[in-house]
Design a protein around this ligand. Sequence first.
Ligand SMILES: [Zn+2]
Length: 702
Amino acid sequence: MRRQRPTLIAVSTLITVTLTTAAPTPANAQRAAPPDQVTALTAHQADGYTTLAWQPVNGATDYQIERTPVDTDNTPTGTPTIVGIWRPNRQINQQAPTFADAGYNPGDTFQWRVRARTGTTEQPYSDPVTATTTAPWGNPTTPGEQLRTGWETTHAAQYTSDTDEYAYTAAIDALSDRVRVVELGRTVQNRPINMLVIGYPSPAATPEAVAATAPVAINCNVHGNEPGDREACLIMARQLAFSTDPRITDLLSHTTVLIVPTINGDGRANNTRGNSTGQDLNRDYSLIRQPETTAYITMVRDYRPVAGYDGHEFGNSRAGDLPMLPPRHQNVAQPIFDQSQDMIEGHMYAKGAEAGWWACPYGCEGGGNVGLSEETILRNTLGLKNVTNSLLELRSSGGQTRPDEGNTTNNRRRKTYSALWTFHQFLDYHRADRADILKARSEAIQTQAANTGRLVFRGSRPIPAHPAPHPGDSPPPLDAPPADLILDNPPCAYKLTDAQYNGPRTDGPGGVGTTVAQRIAAHGWKVITIGDDHYVPLNQPERGLIPLLLDGKGVEKLTDGERVYPTLTGRRNGPLTVTGFTCADDATINGPVTVRAGAALVTTATTISGPLTATRAAGILLADSTINGPVRIATTDTISIIDATIAGPVDLSGNTTGTDAPVLAGTTIRGPLSCTGNNPAPTNLGIANTVHGPRTTQCAAL
Ligand SMILES: [Zn+2]
């Protein structure tokens, strides 16, 4: 469900209240708390953090949170330390202040007190509360649960090494039926890029079967020197693999969780931001010049996650605990932007206020010129691929609000356990809002395939400031598109020469994924080849991303494709035989249409009255179109039918389309649907069709 932002309710009438009794006098005035003392302090334990909550004090400017280590007799064993500062911009509801204290050794016992400050005046401390914190997850004597990462066993003194990661995830795989570890590819230095595929009671067997579960994906570590999220992912993998908590098994019964701990294993091993070539991989997800980004994007193509998080750390010590940001590029379909914003501001801000974590927009508190529209950034790439998703930053240092984090291990633990909280919240959001996420995705794909509206080569949607006092104080910059990077009249397709399409490239490490053809295939776009020309139509689900790589105006492009505009528009009567590459837009064609062998038809906003027949055609791509008659497509190379209405019957037979399955999605067919002998079988991309007649074998589930 999409949640609305809280709004102030204007009270238009004055309500008169008559006080009839004086306030009661406390039975023993000496026991009453001083009016400025914090009362009702509670400490709730969770994985790696403690949520402190208390009654607000009138007039408080901020609060200080004090923690003291104690032994089992409540005798202090260390120095009382101010570990947290609560400020009003931490959370959306001021009447129930909370603070997530983290950065201690999980399992240790502490006493906490909280006091208000009025300006610089310190008010009395609350009564103390004492509790033992939650030990690292998993019974130490239960197989599987007993596994620990290198980071956990060293008490955050060392990050989990590459070899420790492989051994740990292999052990999880071996001990849990819920987990399958797959290798997505190899880094430049030949380190495995692994992904945990997690489902209950066991994960679906193939990528296509996983895709049918509307999976979620967490990318844990792209910048090698930002390792906090990766440690959270490894702990979470153990929880998902072995927990008997009904919440976990319920989550995993309804979706598949995809966790990629380390896409940048070389950078992690060397503690560098980029990979071993120096490339910032989070500036490469569209261009996919590197094997690491190619592995991830190919995974997105094959497993089709519907939602994602991308883990980072952020050097601005004034920012919130957890800066987040949706895909902002203006070519991202509106429903995906809205759903991503709902996940962040609707869910994370609200849940953060309950748990005590300070989520805020990336760039909050003077974060600078960050969070822009580069499509090379995974957040934007995924948005352009119709994935509801967010960036996650972990504030690198403690800053003024966590003054105990000059202690390195305390700092590392706060970051990792705040990421663990976020990733669990991400799963809960997907569980609760799955229908809305899928609706947004379906609408986005159909909107994109309709190929309407301007194209923007760079430029972001604004992120409005969240209502005060929550920090929208300084949301990321506007980043409006400049006029010269806007194309008001979108082409139908880009035409690439064979040299552009198949020619070797020199913009990646030698010997890896070097042609445009290979990169387009990794993105999963449909290409129509006629002779030596290669056409990439825009009536596809990733319409907003295609021009960024293939148009001459692309800021970080692969090549300068030729814009191809529609040649068939308006009304046309009589039989039509299609030869060559023909694009129809906003056309009405009265009469039978025959697509010749080796020819291609691409339509948007077009109505054909009469049968549509294609045999041995180069391609048929129909979107947002109506066919008043039967459709028969046989032995054709490239097929996509999205958001069409067809009188029917529809027959797809004997089409051999390589690795690129025919798409039939979001289409209404008023008649039978027959699919036989297609290799591979058609897919609906998770968008069901409405078929009024019978459906045969290959299309039975479409
Ligand atoms: Zn980063």
